[in-house]
Design a protein around this ligand. Structure first.
Ligand code: FUC
Length: 773
């Protein structure tokens, strides 16, 4: 039930700072008792701009590449592809920091009684300490309603002096206009770079700070000095010239007027109301789920110390999982809910750098998709919206790429993108050539429908799904009687193969297993969607026909694992972090108990990867938790969750790839959810819900409220001594509930039928039923 992260010691380290957000604006609160820093982000602060990617691909070259691939001259095919298909410029630019709000307290006295806390229920960070007798208390939050950051410091038993500055380090200037107002104004410089393209002056941005205090204020060019104060409140508004509706910035946008308007509104409001509305808006989302594993949650031990106990002493701390879970949901609300218009990137919205790892961009060969695995099932569907809008928009850009590059219909994107609509092949063709990114993103879109059953939304996304199918149909080629993707890779692993008696290594191939799994999922969902909407009957037939020609899952003769590629190649890295060939196990559903042979091969696949050091990155470990949940091995799922804590979690509970990468946080929340409730079996029209499918022995008693199943059912589940005791289900949409029972002896307070351990119940929208086990 824990809802508070806290530290009682201070070290200046961004990976110990606490994140706040309102979807659009982010802040990391350091909690420094001398020079407090709030590192600020704004979701659209990206270098780059909308540009025309160039490549020299043409249909003849593609034919030649395919010929080389089908003759298994993979290295040669990759070389030709690198020369022709790689986009120029080959890389996307970066998401970057907005800057810092610094508060220099000019008091070097020793501090005592230190506590820095992040209250997840209220989305407020507080820092308290004493210097001598003077008690300092600071609180920070980011208001959705007023769309700005709010920071208040108060002292008791004495006053404080403080110098306030806005700093960015490059591309901006700051000016204090008077003792209350400070401005930051800037323009992102994009340097000339062979990988990122020509240099130019990019997006404009600005910040306006407004300060009130009961003390005296002075100002110089770049700072406001507050003296003899016992209270100081700062409001900070930030804005850029980015326009999400056109996927570009427009430097004619009057962002300064927007800043002035934001400050005018918040300055006129009452602090108590600003704070109350903030808490109310936040709780409305956050409170939808609660998760308890321990009757007496650990409240008095600092989060970093708890984590260290798990790491150093291998201690069991189930309540830390609850805190981690709550924190993960919180992160998605704060980075993609509320005022967000763009999806959460590799670091959500929290990024302190100008050139962050992997550009803090959108990686679409798993990372962006993983960010949203916990959106609907943990009942924060609203935070999915930015991804839906993003993919819809990206698909427009991807249509041109599909046509120009492949002469294909529909739309495509590859393994990285940005906020400017880049959809070509980036970085290197081995990993960068990943046209399955588009269908995979479409499956995220589809999942949102399955959970919400929102027909208007389905209408909206159906063309995007259709476009991804159209591309896949055109892209696949017939080879040995099967429809295969070519070129293809299994992100981002390599394999050995023989070419003319020589052993070679390649990432580039045709028909990687993941491609067929993604296309299987995409086509089956699109057929269902089309039928539901009564559209495209004949065309849906062609999808059905293509489904019959996809290569089947194969089992390795050597290892009994699922083959990662169309042939039983030896992996170059048997412990590779990507376990792409198990897409069909999770997030797909193609691999399940109905085929025990394949199911066993999937288990062998996980075992082989792990025995070779797999799951070494945070996100990979998070994926493995989901796999074990799907194979109903609660013990192994929990062991991997623990390993995630031990190896890939920082003292502020952010995921470490390493370095910080947020997908592991979100993937793990999805994994925990999957341990408690599954609803992927059956078919899109009638899913089967299963409660506590992978409960670990270390979680004998517990309760989770508010989890969402596909079909629009919200569950509160209670268990004791390792067995389900009660479930309360509310139907949101009036679908028929279909639920797999754990055993005999269930009673329900609403009419139902039970046949072959499957309970069926018809509920009206909004109606609730109680089940006792
Ligand atoms: C993929 C992964 C890496 C990293 C990067 C952002 O390419 O293979 O591990 O997560 O995305």
């Amino acid at each position: 039930m824990s809802h508070k992260l806290f530290h009682d010691t201070y070290t200046r380290d961004w990976m110990r700072a606490f994140p706040l957000g309102n979807g659009r604006i982010g802040a990391m609160v350091y909690g420094d008792p001398y020079k407090e820093t709030l590192q600020i982000n704004e979701e659209s602060m990206w270098s780059g701009k909308q540009l025309k990617e160039s490549y020299i691909s043409d249909p003849q070259t593609l034919d030649e590449i395919r010929r080389l691939l089908f003759e298994e001259h993979y290295v040669e095919a990759a070389e030709l592809c690198e020369k022709t298909f790689l986009a120029s410029p080959p890389r996307v630019r970066f998401y970057e920091t907005f800057g810092e709000l610094n508060l220099d307290f000019e008091n070097e006295s020793e501090y005592t009684d230190y506590r820095k806390e992040l209250n997840l229920e209220e989305a407020i960070a507080t820092v308290t300490y004493k210097k001598g007798d003077v008690l300092y208390r600071a609180e920070t939050f980011i208001s959705e309603k007023y769309d700005c950051l709010v920071h208040r410091v108060r002292t008791e038993q004495g006053s404080f002096n403080c110098r306030v500055t806005l700093e960015r380090g490059q591309d901006a200037s700051t000016a204090a206009l008077n003792g209350h107002t400070m401005l930051l104004d800037g323009q992102i410089t994009c340097q000339d770079h062979p990988l990122y393209g020509e240099g130019f002056a990019g997006m404009r941005f600005g910040g306006q700070l407004y300060l009130t205090t009961d003390g005296q204020t002075k100002f110089d060019k770049k700072s406001i000095r507050v003296e003899a104060a016992t209270e100081m409140t700062i409001y900070l508004a930030v804005a850029t010239t980015y326009n999400v509706k056109v996927f570009n910035y427009d430097n004619t946008i009057d962002y300064q007027a927007r800043l002035a308007e934001t400050i005018r509104a918040v300055a006129a409001a009452d602090y108590a109301e600003i704070k109350e509305s903030h808490i109310r808006d936040h709780k409305q989302r956050y409170d939808k789920v609660s998760f308890t594993l321990q009757a007496d949650p650990v409240e008095d031990v600092a989060t970093d110390r708890r984590l260290r106990r798990v790491i150093e002493e291998n201690a069991d701390d189930p309540d830390l999982y609850c805190l981690y879970y709550n924190f993960g949901r919180y992160l998605l609300i704060e980075s993609s809910g509320k005022n967000a218009t763009l999806p959460a990137n590799l670091q959500g919205i929290w990024c302190k750098d100008f050139t962050p790892p992997w550009g803090s961009d959108y990686h679409t060969n798993i990372n962006l998709q993983m960010n949203y695995w916990c959106a609907d099932n943990t009942n924060i569907s609203e935070s999915f919206r930015p991804l839906a809008d993003y993919v819809k928009m990206l698909s427009k850009f991807g249509e041109k790429t599909a046509k120009d590059m492949f002469g294909a219909r529909g739309w495509v994107c590859n393994h990285t993108s940005d906020i400017y609509g880049r959809t070509g092949v980036h970085d290197l063709v081995g990993c960068g050539f990943f046209p399955m990114a588009a269908p995979w993103l479409c499956l995220n879109l589809w999942e949102h429908y399955e959970f919400t059953q929102d027909r208007a939304y389905l209408d909206e996304i159906y063309p995007v799904l259709k476009g991804a199918c159209a591309f896949a149909l055109d892209y696949m080629m017939e080879k040995d009687g099967y429809l295969v993707t070519a070129p293809s890779n299994s992100p981002e692993n390599m394999f050995y193969y023989m070419d003319g008696g020589e052993k070679k290594r390649s990432m580039f191939t045709y028909g990687a297993t993941i491609d067929a799994e993604i296309i299987y999922a995409l086509f089956t969902r699109t057929i269902y969607a089309g039928q539901l909407l009564g559209e495209d009957a004949a065309w849906l037939e062609s999808l059905q026909e293509a489904l019959g020609k996809l290569p089947p899952l194969r089992i390795s003769q050597r290892y009994g694992t699922i083959c990662e590629w169309i042939k039983d190649y030896e992996e170059a890295e048997p412990g590779h972090r990507h376990i792409s060939h198990l897409f069909g196990l999770y997030p797909g559903d193609q691999i399940n108990e109905s085929d025990p042979v394949i199911f066993q091969a999937a288990k062998n696949t996980i075992a082989r990867r792990l025995s070779h050091g797999g799951a070494a990155t945070g996100w990979s470990r998070a994926w493995v938790i989901n796999f074990f949940a799907r194979i109903k091995d609660g013990r192994a799922a929990e062991e991997n969750l623990k390993a995630l804590m031990q190896r890939s979690t920082a003292e502020n509970l952010l995921d470490m790839h390493p370095p910080f990468q947020i997908d592991g946080n979100f993937g793990a929340v999805a994994g925990i959810t999957e341990m408690l409730l599954q609803s992927h079996l059956g078919n899109p029209g009638q899913r089967i819900v299963e409660l506590l499918p992978a409960l670990p022995p270390t979680w004998p008693d517990g309760c989770v409220k508010g989890l969402r199943a596909r079909g629009g059912f919200v569950f509160d589940i209670t268990w004791a001594a390792g067995a389900l005791t009660k479930a309360r289900v509310t139907s949101e949409c009036g679908e028929t509930l279909c639920m797999k029972l754990p055993g005999e002896g269930v009673t329900a307070d609403k009419p139902c039928t039970i046949e072959d351990s499957i309970l069926r119940m018809q509920l009206q929208p909004g109606e609730t039923a109680e089940l006792t086990f």
